[in-house]
Ligand binder design. Structure first.
Ligand SMILES: [Zn+2]
Length: 215
């Protein structure tokens, strides 16, 4: 999870949200119309906000089913069904919160509210495994709510870490061959690229790089 800056409200929402909300509230239905709150242009804005990543686990969503998620459940606040600030983008895996509804939103980290520093106060990584930092309850509950410690996520993060280590070893070999003790700026930048916000699992790499003392 990384902090995400919310982009301006998509035009379709500015124009339609009142009508859509009214119709939904009057309909007596329990779910709003997916073709409206997950409208193509809303999805596009959410994707642009997160660099095409899941808001919660930072998995790249290319070739992966994703869903527009209501941060505050529609069952709790039907009036927020078309509220731009309540629409998040999640991979299938993270959107499956049904088993963890008991954990209230106030007790977890929110990528649209908390800064990277705040997130890192509560969440850390040991290799590909996500852990709560200093036994933080908020960190633990966030991991639990979105199942950020699932085997399937560990596997994907492990593959990305492997890529990183491959690059790191290559650079270290070049340094050795050239008799340099330190990496040059270009080499450091190659490694730093992994922690840029548009990269998958960038928070993990931010922590990995800090531990490597590259920065
Ligand atoms: Zn996810």
């Amino acid at each position: 999870m990384r902090h995400l800056k919310r982009l301006p409200e998509p035009e379709v929402l500015s124009q339609k949200k009142q009508e859509w909300t009214q119709n939904f509230l009057n309909s007596g239905k329990s779910r709003p119309d997916n073709s409206k709150y997950a409208h193509k242009s809303i999805r596009e804005s959410l994707n642009a906000m997160s660099f095409h990543k899941c808001f919660y686990c930072e998995r790249k969503l290319k070739n992966m089913p994703s869903e527009v998620d209501h941060y505050i459940e529609v069952s709790e606040q039907p009036s927020l069904a078309f509220d731009w600030h309540n629409l998040y983008l999640a991979c299938n895996h993270c959107n499956n919160k049904s088993t963890n509804k008991a954990i209230p939103n106030e007790d977890i980290l929110n990528p649209c509210v908390h800064s990277d520093e705040e997130i890192m106060n509560h969440i850390s990584f040991e290799d590909e495994q996500i852990i709560s930092n200093n036994d933080s309850v908020k960190g633990r509950q966030t991991i639990q709510k979105y199942k950020l410690d699932s085997n399937s996520l560990d596997k994907v993060r492990y593959e990305h870490l492997k890529q990183f280590h491959k690059v790191l070893i290559q650079i270290q070999r070049i340094c050795m061959a050239e008799g340099r003790k330190k990496m040059n700026e270009a080499e450091i930048n190659v490694l730093k690229r992994f922690q840029q916000a548009e990269q998958p699992f960038s928070l993990m790499f931010k922590i990995v790089l800090a531990k490597h003392d590259v920065l």
